[in-house]
Design a protein around this ligand. Structure first.
Ligand code: SF4
Ligand code: SF4
Length: 558
C-alpha cells in the first residue's frame, strides 16, 4: 500500500515530468531563470530612465504592467508561485549575503504581515495617484527601489526576511498560490521521521568539492547515480518502521498539528526564525536550506513558499517534490500547525492581508473605469479638496480598509448568530477569509488578463523601436498597429468566465470551511450564508466592472 502511494505521489510530481523535471532539478535552474529576468529588468530600467516617456512605446511602460502582470496571474492559476521562483531581485540579494554578515534577526515586533500590508496599501494608492502605469520613469524608480530594498534588508538580516515580511509582490503570490495546483511537499513522511540531517531546513554543509548524495555518482546512468541515495532511503525507511511509532501512520489530527521534536529543534514558531542547529565545525554551507523557515516535515501549503527549490536541492534523500493537488485542499488544514507560519486560523495578520488583496482586486479595476472619475469629482467637491492623490487616498482607505472591515465584521457576526458557537469574530473572519481567495484570483485574472490580451503584441514594436534607437534596427521598423492577441468581442465573455470560475470555487471552499466546523450540512450552509452573500456581491461587482468601458492601458489606444 505504501509502495502504491509512493508511486502515485511520484506520478503527480512535476520533478518527474520529462525535460521540465530535469531542468528544475538542475542546481542552476533558478539562477538561470533569475538571470533572464535580471536582464529584462536591466532593459526596463534603462528604457524607463532614458527611453521615450510615452508608456506604450517604452519597455518600462509595457513589460511590467501588461506582460508581467498577465503572466504571473496565469502562472498562479495553472501552476503556482513561478514569479518568486524566477525573481530577479534575488540575485542582488544573494550578493548582499556574500558581502555583508546578514546575521541580525528580523525584529520581533514586525515578524508578521502587518508591515507588508502597509507597503501594499501604499503601492496600490501610489499606482493610481501617480499613474505609475503611464510613467516609465516612475516605473523604473519603483523597480530600482525594489532592488535596493532587497539588497539592503537581506544584507542586514538573516534568511529571506525581505521575501517573508516586506515584499508586497511576494505577499500577492503567497496568498493566491494557496489555490494553485502545485505545492512543494515531502514525498514520504516516513523518511523525514527518521532523517538524521534535516538539511532541508538547516542547509547542507561540507567541503566545496564534496559530492552530494544525489549528485555523487560520476556515472551518466541515472539509476547508477541514484544507488547510494536509494540505499540510504531504504535504510531510513527500515529504521523508521522499526523505531518510530508514527512511521507510516501519520495522524493529521495529532502529530501534524504540533511541531515534531525535530521541528522544535529548528523552527520553534512562526515568529522565531532563528535556526538553532549549530553550524558543523570545519565545514561550510554548500546548499542553503529553506530561508523562509518552512521545515518540510511540518510544512503545509504554499503560504510563504517562494518555490525557490532550495529544500529540493538540500534534501539528501530526494524526498521533496513539486506535487499536484486539489486547488482548495490547503483550506482543509487551517487548524493545523504549519511550520514557519503557525496555525492559520490564529493569524489575524494573514487574514487582513487576504482581505486587503481581495478588495484590492476590485478597487484596482474600479480605478480604470469611467465611474471612478465621477466619484472622485463628487468626493472632491464634498470635501473641498483639489488634490487627486488626497482624494484617491481617501477612496483607498475606504475601499481597502474601512469597507472590508465593516462588511467582514457584519458577515462574521451574522454567521455566528445563525449557528451559535463561542468562536471570536476575529477567528471566524480569519477562517473564512481564505474562501475569498479564488474570487480575488478570478478578478485579478479578468483584469490583468484584459490588459494582456489587448496589449500582448505591443512588446514587438516597442522592442523594434528600442533597438532602432540603439542604432541596431535588426527587427525592422516598429509596427505600432500590433497589440491584441484575441478579437475584442472575446474579452467580456472570457472575463466573466474567469469570474464565474472564481465565485464557484470560492463558494465550494467556503462550504468546506464551514462544514469542517459544523455537525451537519444544514448548519454548514447557515454558517456560510453571510459569507456567500459577500462572495456573490463581489462577483456581481466584478461583472459590472468588467462590462464598463475601460482604459486601454499599455497600448497606443490607451
Ligand atoms: S525533507 Fe529531506 S532533509 Fe528534510 S527532513 Fe525530510 S528527508 Fe530530511
Ligand atoms: S526552500 Fe522553503 S521557500 Fe524554497 S521551495 Fe522549499 S519550502 Fe518553499
Amino acid at each position: 500500500m505504501a509502495v502504491l502511494r509512493n508511486q502515485q505521489t511520484r506520478q503527480r510530481d512535476l520533478l518527474n515530468v520529462p525535460v521540465v523535471g530535469r531542468f528544475l532539478r538542475w542546481k542552476h535552474a533558478r539562477t538561470s531563470m533569475q538571470a533572464v529576468l535580471l536582464a529584462v529588468s536591466a532593459l526596463i530600467l534603462y528604457d524607463g530612465f532614458w527611453g521615450p516617456q510615452l508608456a506604450p512605446k517604452n519597455l518600462a511602460g509595457v513589460l511590467p504592467w501588461v506582460h508581467w502582470r498577465g503572466f504571473v496571474v496565469l502562472a498562479l492559476l495553472i501552476a503556482g508561485n513561478l514569479f518568486c521562483m524566477a525573481c530577479p531581485f534575488m540575485l542582488p540579494r544573494r550578493l548582499a549575503k556574500k558581502l555583508f554578515p546578514a546575521d541580525r534577526p528580523w525584529p520581533t515586533f514586525i515578524r508578521s504581515k502587518w508591515l507588508a500590508i502597509g507597503v501594499l496599501l501604499v503601492f496600490f494608492w501610489a499606482y493610481e495617484a501617480f499613474d505609475l502605469w503611464a510613467s516609465p520613469w516612475l516605473t523604473a524608480w519603483v523597480a530600482l527601489t525594489y532592488f535596493v530594498a532587497a539588497f539592503a534588508i537581506d544584507g542586514i538580516f538573516k534568511g529571506a526576511a525581505f521575501c517573508k515580511y516586506v515584499c508586497p509582490i511576494g505577499q500577492f503570490h503567497f496568498v493566491h498560490s494557496m489555490v494553485s495546483p502545485l505545492e512543494v511537499k515531502v514525498r514520504q513522511p516516513d523518511i523525514c521521521g527518521s532523517c538524521p540531517t534535516k538539511d532541508c531546513i538547516k542547509g547542507r554543509y561540507g567541503p566545496v568539492a564534496e559530492p552530494s548524495l544525489r549528485h555523487s555518482g560520476t556515472s551518466r546512468n541515472p539509476d547508477e547515480r541514484d544507488k547510494p541515495r536509494q540505499a540510504q532511503v531504504s535504510h531510513l525507511l527500515r529504521h523508521s518502521r522499526e523505531s518510530s511509532p508514527r512511521a507510516g501512520a501519520r495522524n493529521p489530527s495529532s502529530d501534524e498539528q504540533r511541531p515534531q521534536a525535530g521541528m522544535r529543534e529548528v523552527t520553534k514558531s512562526p515568529s522565531q526564525p532563528a535556526r538553532s542547529v549549530a553550524m558543523p565545525a570545519g565545514l561550510q554551507l554548500v546548499q542553503s536550506g529553506c530561508e523562509l523557515w518552512l521545515f518540510q516535515e511540518g510544512k503545509v501549503g504554499n503560504m510563504d513558499c517562494t518555490f525557490c527549490l532550495d529544500c529540493i536541492q538540500a534534501c539528501p534523500f530526494d524526498n521533496v517534490g513539486i506535487q499536484l493537488r486539489a486547488p482548495t485542499s490547503e483550506f482543509r488544514r487551517l487548524d493545523q500547525w504549519h511550520s514557519g507560519v503557525g496555525t492559520l486560523v490564529k493569524r489575524a495578520d494573514v487574514a487582513a492581508l487576504v482581505f486587503v488583496l481581495v478588495f484590492a482586486a476590485f478597487v484596482n479595476a474600479f480605478g480604470m473605469v469611467a465611474p471612478v472619475y465621477v466619484l472622485e469629482q463628487w468626493l472632491a467637491t464634498q470635501l473641498g479638496v483639489t488634490s487627486e492623490p488626497v482624494v484617491l487616498g481617501i477612496l483607498f482607505i475606504v475601499g481597502l480598509v474601512a469597507l472590508p472591515f465593516v462588511l467582514v465584521t457584519a458577515a462574521a457576526w451574522s454567521s455566528r448568530a445563525l449557528v451559535g458557537g463561542n468562536e471570536t469574530l476575529a477567528a471566524t473572519a480569519t477562517r473564512f477569509s481564505f474562501a475569498f481567495i479564488p474570487i480575488a484570483l478570478g478578478m485579478w485574472l479578468a483584469h490583468y488578463g484584459f490588459h494582456f490580451l489587448i496589449g500582448a503584441l505591443t512588446v514587438i514594436p516597442v522592442m523594434q523601436s528600442f533597438l532602432a534607437d540603439f542604432g541596431v534596427p535588426i527587427l525592422g521598423d516598429p509596427q505600432w498597429e500590433l497589440a491584441a492577441i484575441v478579437p475584442e468581442a472575446w474579452l467580456v465573455p472570457l472575463e466573466l468566465l474567469l469570474l464565474e470560475l472564481g465565485v464557484l470555487v470560492s463558494l465550494t471552499a467556503g462550504y468546506r470551511i464551514a462544514r469542517s466546523r459544523q455537525s451537519s450540512a444544514a448548519r454548514a450552509i447557515r454558517c456560510l450564508l453571510p459569507w456567500a452573500v459577500l462572495i456573490v456581491a463581489l462577483f456581481f461587482t466584478g461583472a459590472w466592472l468588467m462590462t464598463q468601458p475601460m482604459e486601454m492601458r499599455g497600448t497606443i489606444l490607451g
